[in-house]
Design a protein around this ligand. Structure first.
Ligand SMILES: Nc1ncnc2c1ncn2[C@@H]1O[C@H](COP(=O)(O)OP(=O)(O)O)[C@@H](O)[C@H]1O
Ligand SMILES: [Mg+2]
Length: 295
C-alpha cells in the first residue's frame, strides 16, 4: 500500500508569557492508503493539536515545525489558499463537538449541497439530489423533508452524522475523526462507529481515529499510536499492541484490567518506576499519578 500521509519530526509549541507548552514533540508516523490508525492517549496528550496540524489548523500562538507530507505535498508552511485545496478534497476532519463543524444559520441541506456545487461543480438540481443521497447514506430518515431543517433541529447524534456526511461527501483520501462520539451516549456512539467503519471500507479512505477509549480503538483500527504528553510512546498493529504492549506505559495501561479496560478512566495509576522527571525519547515525563491527568 502506498503512503498517504508521512509525518517527520513534527513538533507543535505554544508560546505564552508563562513559557512554552510543547503540545506535540518530535513525532514520526505515516498512514497508508485505506489504513485505519487509532490515535489514543489521555486528555491533554496532544491528539487534537496533532490532528489540527495535519489540517493546517494550528493558529497563533501555535508554532509548527517539521514535515507533514500529504501525497508528497508539504503541508507545513502552506498558506491558507493552498491549504483550502488540500482540506476537503484531500483531508477532511470530523470534530469532537458536532456544533464546531456546522454553521447554525444555514440549513443542513444548503451546507451539504455546497459541497457539490462550490467544491465539485455540479448544477443546483444535481447537487441537491446528491446531498439528499448523502443524508440517507449516513442514516438520516426522511432526508428529503429534513433537507431544509437547521442544525439545532437535529439531535447531537444526528448532527454528528451530518458532520460525517460533510466530511466524507468530499470523498477525502484521508479522514481525521477527533473523538467523534465522545459527546454522545453509548447506543448512538455504536451507530456512528459502525457508520464510519462502513464508509471507510466502502470508500477506501485512510483514517486517523482519535479516541481515549481503548475498546473503540481496538474495534476501529488496523494500527494504534499511543501518545503521552506530546510524545508517541508506542506504535504497532492493533492486535499486537493489545496482545503484547512493549512500552512500560502501554503495558501498565493494558495490565491494569485485562479485558475490562474500556477507557483511560478505568486505568490504575502508573507505577512509580515508570515515571521519570525529564522529558526524553520514549520516556514518560509527568508526575507520579497518571490517573489524575486522565479525563
Ligand atoms: N491554543 C493553545 N494554546 C496553548 N496551549 C494549547 C492550545 N491548544 C492546546 N494546547 C495545549 O496542548 C496540549 C495538548 O492538547 P490537546 O491536543 O487538545 O490534547 P488532547 O486532544 O490529547 O486531549 C495541552 O496541554 C493543551 O493545554
Ligand atoms: Mg482532544
Amino acid at each position: 500500500m502506498s503512503v498517504l500521509l508521512d509525518i517527520r519530526n513534527l513538533s507543535v509549541n505554544f508560546d505564552s508569557r508563562r513559557g512554552t507548552v510543547s503540545a506535540v514533540r518530535n513525532v514520526n508516523f505515516s498512514v497508508a492508503q485505506g489504513e485505519s490508525v487509532a490515535l489514543v492517549g489521555a486528555s491533554g496528550s496532544g491528539k487534537t493539536v496533532l490532528s489540527r496540524a495535519i489540517m493546517g489548523l494550528v493558529d497563533e500562538p501555535g508554532h509548527v515545525t517539521g514535515s507533514i507530507l500529504f501525497e508528497g505535498e508539504q503541508i507545513v508552511g502552506k498558506d491558507e489558499n493552498e491549504l483550502r485545496k488540500i482540506r476537503g478534497l484531500g483531508v477532511a476532519m470530523v470534530f469532537q463537538d458536532a456544533l464546531d463543524g456546522l454553521n447554525p444559520v444555514f440549513s443542513i441541506g444548503s451546507q451539504l449541497k455546497e459541497i457539490f456545487t462550490v467544491r465539485m461543480g455540479f448544477s443546483g438540481t444535481e447537487a441537491k439530489k446528491r446531498a439528499v443521497a448523502l443524508m440517507e447514506q449516513v442514516g438520516i430518515r426522511n432526508a428529503k423533508e429534513r433537507y431544509h431543517d437547521y442544525p439545532h433541529q437535529f439531535s447531537g447524534g444526528m448532527r454528528q452524522r451530518i458532520c460525517i456526511a460533510l466530511a466524507v461527501g468530499l470523498q477525502p483520501k484521508l479522514l481525521i475523526a477527533d473523538e467523534p462520539t465522545t459527546a454522545l451516549d453509548v447506543t448512538v456512539q455504536a451507530g456512528i462507529l459502525r457508520l464510519i467503519k462502513s464508509l471507510q471500507a466502502k470508500t477506501g479512505m485512510g483514517m486517523i481515529f482519535v479516541t481515549h477509549d481503548l475498546a473503540v480503538a481496538h474495534q476501529i483500527s488496523d494500527r494504534i499510536i499511543v501518545m503521552y504528553n506530546g510524545d508517541i510512546v508506542e506504535e504497532g498493529p492493533t492486535d499486537t499492541v493489545f496482545r503484547s504492549p512493549r512500552h512500560p506505559y502501554t503495558q501498565a495501561l493494558m495490565a491494569a484490567h485485562p479485558g475490562r479496560v474500556r477507557s483511560w478512566r478505568d486505568l490504575a495509576p502508573i507505577p512509580d518506576e515508570f515515571v521519570t522527571d525529564g522529558p526524553g525519547e520514549g520516556v514518560i515525563s509527568s508526575g507520579p499519578s497518571v490517573a489524575a491527568a486522565l479525563n
